[in-house]
Design a protein around this ligand. Structure first.
Ligand code: ZN
Length: 248
């Protein structure tokens, strides 16, 4: 089976003399490796395609009864030149793509994650908001789309809205957001203020085009990053080491 479809290049490696493997975020397959046999020799079939952070229209073929995929040819649709030319935006984009790779997005729900990731890169390309904040907003929405964030608008036990509460706790084992009255004393948790819960809730639902409108105080920004870091650790066993995500 052969099909042309957009895909985002996450990583490229070489094997043998002229062959390449390409890790893609593909709307139908999720994060998937494919082989470009002869891709490093016959550059005509893949002009400018075999680099990370390129949106490419690839012709993909199933080989050996679906055991692996090969890339037949490609056309670059977006090289995100503005991101490439700006170290801060490039750093933010790389962080987002490293997360996509580490979360190992499967075929189910892949299209939504793919469209969201491309929209996030488009927003960075157009410079919507401070790029340092993009990985935090990206993480919140990605975890939400993967069903890994609790409802952040209410106490998950009594249902009171966070605006009506003074202090909140994110419970370690259950990952539930609880008010002071409902929290289980025996369990550890991370205290957070209602403003952080509301900011996280907004980020979980916002489209990347809206990121530019968000103004966050340093304290709330720090708390949001801490919550997402903990959720990634609890739910997926992932930790950011400054360059990539590692299994903890
Ligand atoms: Zn409660």
């Amino acid at each position: 089976m052969e099909a042309a479809e957009r895909a985002l290049v996450l990583k490229v490696g070489r094997f043998k003399e002229h062959d390449a493997w390409v890790r893609l975020l593909h709307p139908g397959l999720g994060v998937q490796n494919a082989f470009a046999f002869g891709g490093l020799r016959s550059r005509r079939r893949f002009v400018g395609c075999l680099d990370p952070l390129k949106l490419v229209l690839f012709t993909l073929r199933e080989a050996r009864g679906g055991r692996y995929h090969t890339l037949e040819e490609g056309t670059v649709l977006n090289a995100f030149e503005a991101i490439r030319g700006d170290a801060r935006r490039l750093g933010a984009a790389r962080h987002c793509l490293k997360l996509v790779e580490a979360v190992q997005i499967g075929a189910e729900g892949a299209r939504e994650i793919f469209e969201f990731t491309v929209a996030s890169l488009d927003a960075l390309e157009r410079d919507s908001g401070p790029p340092e904040f993009a990985p935090t907003a990206f993480k919140a929405r990605l975890l939400h789309l993967q069903g890994l964030l609790p409802d952040l608008s209410v106490c998950n036990a009594c249902g009171r809205p966070v605006q009506a509460l003074s202090e909140l706790v994110l419970e370690v084992d259950s990952g539930r957001l609880l008010c002071q009255d409902c929290r289980t004393q025996s369990q550890a948790g991370l205290a957070l203020c209602p403003g952080s819960a509301r900011t996280l809730d907004w980020m979980a639902k916002a489209s990347p085009q809206e990121w530019g409108g968000l103004r966050v105080s340093q304290g709330i920004g720090r708390e949001c990053r801490r919550v997402l870091e903990l959720m990634l650790g609890w739910r997926l066993g992932l930790a950011w080491n400054g360059a990539r995500y590692e299994k903890t």
